[in-house]
Design a protein around this ligand. Structure first.
Ligand SMILES: Nc1nc2c(ncn2[C@@H]2O[C@H](COP(=O)(O)OP(=O)(O)O)[C@@H](O)[C@H]2O)c(=O)[nH]1
Ligand SMILES: [Mg+2]
Length: 359
């Protein structure tokens, strides 16, 4: 199939809160774009040392780069270097970039400098923000400030998880978003049913450019909220002594997490287990646990790689202790041995953006 190639790389930044559905959407978009014969690259971004998102995004066949250790906005030169190296190596038609779920001021500190300083290299799409459809109606009363701030920056709001909403729920969600960001287009969609994804694909491939000018908010307003949510990440090798149920293992980890913290404090916890024989990915957002994918078989007795990422409102020491216990207890409860455990756990420190709007 011949595909029209645009001379510039289409650059789409897709922001939104923890657990809203960004990675799932990027994977769905990448698969469709690949099926059309287009090259796709995904840039993932987070604070820890091993990302569930990166492993999952690679499963779409896209070239995936991760930027670790801080938000795009404070590592803009690295972000740009990554994008340019992607352009040279895999010549993507489209780059999809996912900032950290608690990122703020992405429009002014990432999208704006990209479009103003590199218009010859990149066709920068309007800034898209994914909003969890099941949480949209509560945005204005949410005690957290970051989710509403992110919505206000959007040029296009992608309203996710509409498979979980009835018509009334969809209407309320859209009303709440329109009240926060009257100038944005709203596209309801579901990564589960596929509804609305073609519309998003159309926007991704259009030549429409980002144009919104909005000064960033004083980032110090958000520092306390960002650092109240600690980050934990761990990897381990699992050596089964008998056959293990990959789905049972991920479920057991998430069940233990759900029992250890109040629902509202669980921003997003992700687990993947991957071996030659089996693979499973699961997520917990608040009290909603979902199987995101099973690959290969469900059972395995070969050596497997476990990755756990958690973002929870708790002091980092407590999050670390709880998560470490949950991981190490696996070998008490199941016929397996754990080896090569790596771990990082911390509260994110305030970041200094590379570009501040207006300066
Ligand atoms: N029902 C439903 N679940 C979704 C949808 N999109 C994402 N999810 C689930 O929401 C959870 C968080 O998704 P993820 O893409 O990791 O969110 P991110 O933190 O924004 O990247 C996962 O369990 C996904 O399977 C959707 O459209 N419908
Ligand atoms: Mg993600």
């Amino acid at each position: 199939m011949s595909v029209e190639r645009t001379p510039k790389t289409r650059f789409v930044v897709i922001g939104g809160y923890l657990g809203a559905g960004k990675t799932t959407l990027n994977v769905a978009l990448a698969k469709r774009l690949k099926a059309q014969g287009r090259n796709v690259a995904i840039i993932t971004n987070d604070q820890g040392h091993a990302l569930v998102d990166t492993e999952y995004a690679r499963s779409s066949g896209a070239d995936v780069r991760e930027i670790l250790g801080g938000c795009f906005c404070s590592t803009f030169p690295e972000f740009l270097k990554s994008a340019r190296s992607l352009v040279q190596v895999s010549r993507p038609d489209v780059i999809l970039a996912e900032p950290i779920g608690t990122s703020t001021n992405i429009l002014s500190s990432v999208v704006d400098p990209l479009r103003k300083q590199y218009p010859e290299e990149f066709s920068v799409s309007p800034f898209m923000v994914v909003v969890d459809g099941t949480r949209a109606a509560g945005l204005s009363t949410d005690k957290k400030m970051i989710p509403a701030h992110q919505v206000k920056e959007a040029e296009i709001v992608l309203l996710s998880k509409i498979d979980l909403l009835d018509d009334e729920g969809k209407r309320k969600a859209q009303e709440a978003i329109a009240a926060l960001v009257p100038d944005a287009m709203i596209v309801p969609y579901s990564s589960r049913s596929g509804e609305g994804i073609d519309k998003i694909l159309e926007l991704v491939l259009s030549t429409q450019l980002s144009r919104k000018d909005l000064a960033g908010e004083d980032r110090r307003r958000f520092d306390a909220e960002k650092s109240s949510m600690s980050w934990f990440s761990s990897t381990a090798t699992i050596r089964p002594k008998e056959k293990i149920d990959a789905y049972g293992l991920t479920t057991s980890i998430l069940r233990s997490v759900a029992m250890s913290f109040p629902t509202d404090d669980i921003a997003h916890v992700k687990v993947t287990i991957l071996s030659e024989q089996a693979g499973a990915k699961m997520s917990l957002v608040g009290d909603s646990a979902q199987v995101d994918g099973l690959r290969g078989g469900r059972y395995f007795n070969d050596s497997a790689h476990l990755v756990v990422n958690a973002r929870v409102t708790a002091p980092s020491q407590r999050l670390g202790e709880v998560m470490r216990t949950i991981v190490s207890k696996l070998s008490d409860d199941m016929p397996l041995e754990l080896g090569e455990i790596t771990e990082s756990c911390f509260s994110p420190q305030p970041e200094t953006p590379t570009f501040i709007a207006g300066l």
